[in-house]
Design a protein around this ligand. Structure first.
Ligand SMILES: CC(C)(COP(=O)(O)OP(=O)(O)OC[C@H]1O[C@@H](n2cnc3c(N)ncnc32)[C@H](O)[C@@H]1OP(=O)(O)O)[C@@H](O)C(=O)NCCC(=O)NCCS
Length: 399
């Protein structure tokens, strides 16, 4: 058995994200993943395909075109040798994040050298919660508040808990997310990780998806102020300050630092540690707070050591609860500098790797930053956080 060793994120790609019922309505979920895996292999001819030890792909709903052990089906469909195994994984919104931490753990332990980890959610083919059969005990025995099973309602609950997080603040954060995505598109930052996807439509014929569909760069505070609050009459959570319902996939290459060196691939990030934590499911959005505290504590770091944050924007209120807790301004440029899920979309189990892709880009552009985190809230009251170190920081210091 090998000693524990450093684990690195080599590279990540994703499909453009689509709006549910639109761009990918007639495109299969597993094909979205296959596009990502093939692109990773195309970008990295240094990696002999047979050296991939595991393919871990997350999906929240694991039936239909997301069923049959999607890590294995997509490995075969991608043309990986049949000797390469794969599995499916689920931690709802943190599926891809858990695919990364799980395979990274296997690498650290010495069971794998290289893994592909990612996630997919086709919310057109698999609407949230479809087919789930929650145990009646949850409500009968009051194990959870009834609102816990509706994510938008948990976001309204967070507004109740933190009245200083007003709808105006949530909308302001949403506008900023849209503006940052628009700027990142202009700067070519988001496009470099996108895999073009052939789409089909009985009505429109074949197409090629090359850009995210959800962003609304012209979003104004005035327009957001007038939107309905679908989760509660006179509530604060709207389509404008939430992530939408989306289709998309992500995948990344995780490896032992020694294997990366052997193959001559410069790592984009080194994993420092990770943690998942549970909270009251009725305020699931607060999950990133204890997850981050736990991850920092285990790594012997403090929040002041973190120079870059990629926090999933399931709902603006939940990001603001995190930032308020740690005393970070809501427009601080170290938080989601290239925008987030409010503008880009959040195909549930895929998003964890999107965060990592964006953090890797921040690391590349900012060698002065040493540590960053990717963090996200998770349904049924959880949070997940991964701490990463910037390899460019050490190189910068050597100069
Ligand atoms: C909030 C939610 C219910 C909205 O769904 P929807 O009503 O289908 O959303 P739409 O895109 O049709 O937007 C609703 C309206 O807001 C408008 N709108 C949305 N974003 C806007 C923006 N940035 N600026 C202006 N208007 C906007 C739309 O144009 C639409 O207007 P219309 O009714 O006049 O057509 C849905 O996106 C949702 O459930 N999001 C949360 C997903 C979730 O829980 N994820 C898991 C997290 S843990």
């Amino acid at each position: 058995m090998a000693d524990s060793r450093d684990v690195v994120f080599l590279d990540g790609v994703r499909t453009p994200f689509g709006k549910a019922g639109s761009l990918y309505a007639e495109t299969r979920a597993d094909d979205l993943v296959v596009n990502c895996i093939r692109e990773l292999l195309r970008r990295h001819p240094e990696i002999p395909p047979e050296r991939v030890d595991e393919v871990a792909i997350a999906a929240t709903t694991q039936t239909g075109d997301q069923g049959l052990t999607i890590g294995r089906t997509t490995a075969l469909l991608s043309g990986l040798p049949s000797s390469v195994p794969g599995f499916a994984i689920d931690r709802m919104c943190a599926g891809a994040m858990t695919a990364v931490t799980t395979t990274a753990s296997g690498i650290g332990f010495g069971a794998y050298d290289i893994a592909i980890a990612g996630g997919v959610e086709h919310m057109t083919h698999h609407p949230m919660g479809e087919g789930a059969d929650p145990n009646p005990r949850f409500l009968a025995e009051k194990l959870v508040d009834p609102s816990s099973l509706v994510m938008g309602s948990t976001a309204e609950n967070l507004h109740d808990r933190f009245p200083e997080i007003t709808k105006e603040r949530a909308d302001r954060f949403a506008v900023l997310s849209q503006q940052r995505v628009a700027q990142a598109y202009t700067d070519g930052i988001l496009t470099e990780s996108l895999v073009p996807v052939a789409t089909r439509s009985a009505e429109h014929g074949w197409g090629l998806a090359t850009a995210d569909e959800p962003p609304r760069p012209d979003t104004t505070m005035e327009a957001l102020a007038g939107l309905k609050t679908p989760f509660r009459p006179h509530g604060r959570v709207t389509a404008g300050n939430s992530a939408g319902l989306n289709d998309g996939a992500t995948a990344c290459l995780i490896a032992g630092a020694d294997t990366a060196a052997e193959l001559g691939i410069a790592p984009a990030m080194r994993m420092v540690g990770f943690a998942f934590a549970g909270v009251d499911p009725s305020v699931m959005g607060v999950g990133p707070v204890p997850a981050t505290e736990k991850a920092l504590h285990r790594a012997g770091l403090s929040i002041d050591d973190i120079g870059a944050f990629e926090i999933n924007e399931a709902f603006a209120v939940q990001v603001l609860a995190f930032l308020d807790h740690f005393g970070i301004d809501q427009d601080d440029p170290k938080v989601n500098p290239y925008g987030g899920a409010i503008a880009l979309g959040h195909p549930l189990a895929s998003s964890g790797v999107r965060l990592m892709i964006q953090l890797a880009r921040t690391f590349r552009d900012n060698p002065q930053i040493r540590y960053g985190i990717t963090t996200m809230c998770i349904g049924l009251g959880m949070g997940g956080t991964v701490i990463w170190e910037n390899p460019n920081h050490a190189k910068e210091n050597e100069k």
